[in-house]
Design a protein around this ligand. Sequence first.
Ligand code: NAI
Ligand code: MG
Length: 353
Amino acid sequence: MNEFRIAAIPADGIGREVVAAGRAVLDALQAEGRFALAWEEFPWGSDYYAEHGVMMPEDGLSVLEGFDAIYFGAVGWPTVPDHVSLWGLRLRICQGFDQWANVRPVHFLPGVVSPLRKADDTELDWVVVRENSEGEYAGIGGRNLASRGEGGEVAIQSALFTEVGCERIMRFAFELARTRTRRKVSSVTKSNAQQYGMVLWDDVFRRVAADYPDVETESVLVDAMAAKFVLRPEDLSVVVASNLNADILSDLGSALAGSLGLAASANLNPERRFPSMFEPVHGSAPDIAGQDAANPVGAIGSAALMLAHLGLADEAARIEQAVERATAQGGRTRDVGGSATTDEVTAAVIANL
Ligand code: NAI
Ligand code: MG
């Protein structure tokens, strides 16, 4: 039997509630006996920070390295500055494990009303592929000259674009496009305004595209792409973009599908030198934490992406179908117009497995 070691890091706020939901779905499936998950849960996050002054222990990455995958909730709480919590845990894992491909499907679900009227009668389904290791989130820069006194400080934040980084994420996007009904990759930049890094991105895109003559391509500026998400989403299949641009576009995509709470994601180290990490796109949502109101669908979908990565594609598909049946039957939380609790939606998904 396939046995996998999974590290769970629920972290903060609704991260804990949705990780519990995803684990319940996975545990219901593994009870059928075709695969087994050995879970270990780590209490890292903002409470851990209050106690220890760090988001995770110094040797945290070497502890995680022995696992087959990481199942993550969300990090961030008003008691800790957001850049400290994000860099101290999530970005540390993503960058430390070279999880350079962040896959974020935009998935429309039956029974969930989209703010797009078009979604009622048009098949919409696209994937945002986010460069997850460099770009605007490379963490290069600094603050200085605070000695000038109030109002005198300066900060520099540089974006890093490497040919290696661009090429690998683009090849990943093209390979993904080849598995889809519509073989198309849309590349997103702001290369008219950012004339160094993003022009390099455009150059690499043209070079890589030449190796995939069977895949249709387009290059679109990010502001125009935001409009296209709303006005012509049926023209999208795989959208590849830098760290910041894809972060923003994928939130837009999930909002168009009905809620930020629906969106799943995979942070992949495609070479499998390190464990990959699976997490909902949303954050810790302090405004609804502890109310049993969080939409667990994004976390449950991320659990399905994790199974697919572990080679359990059929099991992953069963989770996705169970989610579709559950939402179609009315298993919907408040954010998507329903009144069900997190636990009720989770139970509905399990019942539909
Ligand atoms: P957020 O995603 O936590 O919440 C934005 C809005 O969407 C809120 O109104 C929230 O209630 C709603 N929402 C989010 N997920 C939902 C779900 N599953 N069900 C129902 N409603 C949901 O983003 P926000 O408010 O900007 O950030 C809150 C904290 O989360 C911050 O500390 C931020 O740094 C952190 N964050 C962490 C991320 C991660 O760990 N990957 C990603 C984004 C934000
Ligand atoms: Mg985001």
